[in-house]
Write a protein that binds this ligand. Structure first.
Ligand code: T4K
Length: 375
């Protein structure tokens, strides 16, 4: 990271696990001279992930995007897949990369999650799956989507990139649909520098995906399936194991920052906080606010520009919406008037810095800078 970035307040500054544990595990990796290909560290990480999530399989992969692509293959998807337009572009990319057509669905503007009625209305004979996204860690209506998927004979799986450590109905995310894909990217609540994992309770699906992440190999010279390289390396897994030791501390810090921001900023006219559900476990990683320019004293972009000028690098995820990014903007022009809630939300959302790299004083600095524009 450049010196310049060290001075900035950033969204996405990584949480760091227990450094002593990490350093010790790195020494072990070098001593064993075993760096990748389902080594001891990856196996240990999978064991801990399964215990933590209460799920039968949680296969570590090199990142969530490849994980989502592998799922497309493993589920044998064809034709169209329903995806929300309001998500990180990796979600539709994973579908399109596999030769499938992502069909963009509008969101519920209150929760930022896929609108289930609008999803059902877009089902055609070509639809093979629904890909729900647990935006900001909130579960994307798993029961309702499962009911729709069952009624129409579709597969249901989830992009759980934001939702590690979050629950729904008291059950950890990772247990819904055919499978769920977590991201362990550096900017995530729980990180392995780069990485992810595919969680499922389906033995057959898990076995197929294990083959697929390792080129389809079953033995030294035997390849029985189409495969790719989706493996996680030992050093990445070591970071995950070290992160397990600090999960509670990260949640505590995130929640304290969330409460501090909320107490101060929700007083401002035209500012709305995205809620975390009190009845569920959450990782509180994303501080997502909406600034409504029709009520507030300034627009979201005016606030963002003012903060950027002060080296507070807030982000407008997921601007401008996947349907306005290529190749989708050119491919699906006809869709733009069906995604009104997405378009409106994209104009309002601002993500504020959070995590253990942010101090209470930093939070106060961000609040002060926002108040200067909006109060
Ligand atoms: N599905 C969803 C819903 C997702 O949000 C994502 C990823 C995926 C799927 C795909 O997961 P992976 O394949 O990545 O496992 C960042 C992340 O790169 C991306 O992983 C994440 N979502 C997305 C929401 O954020 P960018 O393009 O915003 O990255 P960048 O380079 O602008 O960095 C973000 C912020 O983090 C900046 O303020 C800088 C800061 N940062 C970043 C890194 C890497 C640090 O302070 N330290 C760091 O090491 O996508």
């Amino acid at each position: 990271m450049s010196n310049n970035n060290q001075k900035k307040l950033l969204v996405g500054r990584p949480n760091i696990g227990n450094r002593e544990t990490f350093d010790r595990l790195v020494d072990d990796i070098f001593a064993r001279r075993w760096f990748s290909n389902n080594g001891q560290m990856v196996q240990e990480l999978e064991k801990r992930l399964c215990e933590y999530l209460g799920v039968k399989h949680c296969i570590p992969v090199c990142n969530a995007t490849i994980g989502l692509q592998i799922v497309c293959h493993a589920l044998g998807l064809k034709g169209e897949v329903l995806v929300p337009a309001f998500t990180f572009v990796a979600t539709p990319h994973s579908v399109h990369w596999e030769g499938l057509e992502p069909v963009f669905v509008d969101i519920d503007p209150h929760t930022h999650l896929m609108d289930t009625d609008k999803a059902e209305a877009l089902i055609t004979p070509r639809t093979s799956a629904i890909l729900g996204v647990h935006a900001w860690g909130r579960a994307c209506y798993p029961e309702k989507l499962q009911e729709i998927a069952d009624r129409h004979g579709l597969q249901l799986y989830f992009d759980a990139a934001h939702a590690f450590g979050c629950s729904h109905g008291g059950k950890k995310i990772g247990n819904f649909g055919r499978c769920e894909v977590f991201s362990f990217h550096a900017t995530k609540f729980f990180n392995t520098f780069e990485g992810g994992a595919i969680a499922t309770n389906d033995d057959e699906l898990a076995a197929k995906m294990r083959l697929m992440i390792n080129f389809g190999f079953t033995g030294l010279d035997s390849v029985v399936h189409l495969g790719t390289n989706g493996k996680m390396s030992e050093i990445h897994a070591a970071m995950g194991i070290a992160c397990f030791e600090t999960i509670d501390e990260i949640v505590r810090t995130n929640k304290a920052h969330y409460d501090r921001y909320r107490t101060r900023l929700s007083r401002l006219h035209g500012v709305r906080f995205l809620d975390y559900d009190d009845m569920e476990e959450s990782n509180f990683q994303y501080i997502a606010i909406e600034i409504d320019a029709s009520i507030a004293r300034a627009s979201r972009d005016e606030v963002m520009n003012s903060l950027h000028a002060q080296e507070i690098m807030v982000r407008r995820y997921f601007y401008p919406g996947c349907h306005k990014m290529e190749p989708y903007a050119s491919l699906y022009r006809r869709l733009s008037d069906q995604l009104q809630a997405t378009d409106e939300t994209c104009e309002k959302v601002l993500i504020l810095p959070n995590g253990t790299g942010v101090s209470p004083d930093d939070v106060d600095r961000v609040c002060h800078a926002i108040e200067e524009v909006l109060a």
